[in-house]
Design a protein around this ligand. Structure first.
Ligand code: 8YV
Length: 325
């Protein structure tokens, strides 16, 4: 008998066909039975789940007693309780590497769009405000040869450092849990304490995952340590920033501007104070959202689940120790 898998995100047809050759595939829109109760009987029988989002915790796992593999079509896995998964002998597979370059492109795009005020300029042109030569109120600030401080130095941080240093001649500072000699040597990146990075950087780019340690790492105190001319970019996870404190810091010009791809609540609440600020560029979590990369992520997640169901957790597994012997 084929293993049963619940798929809770769009997956291209050819990849679904690959999955169907190995598994009984059940497609649903939502994985949370509180939102869609019809998922409950499917979870009761499921050997695997594949999708993105959802809150996969002990309560969820109690509804999926046969589950052996959870395959997320993301690199970040803060919505999974990894300890609970391991206790239930469920292996968690994710999709690192395939999105690194695309997310680094998006980070650089946010740096440029924010510094050069591209979105606001475009809106002004569309409103018919470009009626004569532009005046200094249209000006942005330079990016090239400025100092970029990267907080979190994983794969995406390294790919961003490459773009910023090799492409834009930027001086790279970074803060991370450990030193990254390869990045230091390749891009003359210099390690700094978080406080030193904040005070020296023109652009502070957050590429951190969300963990207990990084939750609200950025709040009023950190914004006050930044230059008043500094721009903050977040491509990691929204809750690394205390968003209320950020909106305040942008409103009272404690920092110059921000470019955000991720938010504490997604989709962004219509009540968010960020929505009315002129000095913030808001993107709907599109860091990895290109046709090519989303396909590669889905393909990686499909391969991951097939391998893991065949007890191969040698690649892309967050908790290989959970494989039951
Ligand atoms: C995901 C992401 O594609 O992979 C991650 O961790 O943040 C994004 O690239 C997105 O969360 C999918 O919903």
């Amino acid at each position: 008998m084929k293993p049963s898998i619940v798929v809770y995100r769009d997956v291209p047809d050819d990849l679904l066909a690959r999955l169907s050759a190995e598994c009984d595939v059940h497609r649903v829109r939502e994985i949370d039975p509180d939102i869609d109760p019809s998922v409950k009987p499917l979870l009761a029988q499921a050997d695997a789940i594949l999708g993105s989002g959802g809150n996969i915790d002990a309560r969820f796992l109690a509804m999926a007693p046969k589950l052996r593999v959870a395959s997320t079509i993301t690199v970040g896995y803060d919505n999974f309780d990894v300890t609970a998964l391991s206790e239930h002998n469920v292996v968690l597979m994710h999709t690192p590497d395939v999105l690194t370059e695309t997310v680094a492109d998006a980070t650089m795009a946010l740096v440029l769009a924010t510094a050069r005020r591209m979105i606001i300029s475009s809106e002004r042109v569309k409103r018919g405000e470009w009626t004569q030569s532009i005046t200094p109120d249209w000006y942005g600030c330079d990016v090239h040869h400025k100092t970029m401080g990267i907080v979190g130095m994983g794969r995406i941080g390294d790919a961003l450092a490459r773009r910023a240093h090799c492409g834009f001649g930027m001086n790279i500072l970074y803060h991370a849990r450990s030193r990254h000699e390869k990045t230091e040597n390749a891009y003359q990146a210099q390690y700094r304490s978080l406080d030193a990075l904040l005070s020296e950087s023109d652009f502070v780019c957050i590429t951190l995952p969300l963990t207990k340690e990084t939750h609200h790492l950025f709040s009023r105190e950190q914004f006050e340590k930044m230059k008043r001319s500094a721009i903050l970019v977040n491509i990691g996870r929204g809750a690394v920033i205390d968003e209320t404190a950020l909106a305040q810091a942008l409103a009272d010009n404690t920092i110059l501007a921000a470019g955000l791809d991720v938010f504490e609540q997604e989709p962004l609440s219509p009540d968010s104070p960020l929505l009315s600020l002129p000095n913030v560029v808001l993107m709907p979590h599109i860091g990895s959202a290109t046709h090519e990369t989303r396909y590669a992520m889905a393909a990686c997640a499909v391969d991951n689940v097939i391998r893991a169901l065949n007890r191969d957790v040698s690649q892309n597994c967050v908790n290989p120790q959970a494989l039951q012997h």
